[in-house]
Design a protein around this ligand. Sequence first.
Ligand code: FES
Length: 98
Amino acid sequence: MFAVQADGVSLATVEGLAPSAIELHPLQHSFWELHALQCGFCTPGILLTAEALLKENPDPSEEEIRDWISGNLCRCTGYHNIVAAIQDAAKKLNSAKS
Ligand code: FES
């Protein structure tokens, strides 16, 4: 998408994911805790994609996570820890609701 196509549209960026400057979003915390990134090039896109997934499906299966993030290419991690981190964040978010 060209920037001009986003004129007037609300955009979410990874910088806006955390609730404050000193607190990580559960997804960010899980990625950090479970070593779900290496170079970090893919991380913003995967975090925002995962956030959208967890809003639509708070308890996704591994297969659903892998399908949902399939548009984001990570050349470093092999996805194992990314999927584990998304599952971990889902648990944290769900336990915070109850
Ligand atoms: Fe390097 Fe994903 S962590 S591309």
